[in-house]
Design a protein around this ligand. Structure first.
Ligand SMILES: [Zn+2]
Length: 75
């Protein structure tokens, strides 16, 4: 499920890892601080070009232990 836009701010995603995860780097940073865990991108360098091979791990939402739930809770 590769989205071309960030799932948070809807900005266009340009790098393969962000497209694969569905979130841009800035929003990933913010989400990480809120407890989200992102898969680790695995890169390969071929002829001087960096290619995204795959993502290792899963996108994991934070544990529902916060007293104040975020506006948009996906399931
Ligand atoms: Zn974003």
């Amino acid at each position: 499920m590769a989205a071309q836009r960030c799932g948070v701010c809807h900005r266009r995603l340009t790098d393969p890892a962000s497209i694969a995860m569905g979130y841009g780097p800035e929003c990933r940073g913010k989400m990480t601080k809120r407890g989200w865990k992102f898969p680790k991108p695995i890169y390969r360098v071929t002829h001087g070009k960096v290619e995204l091979v795959r993502l290792e791990g899963d996108l994991t939402p934070p544990a529902q232990s916060e007293s104040r739930p975020s506006k948009k809770v996906k399931r």
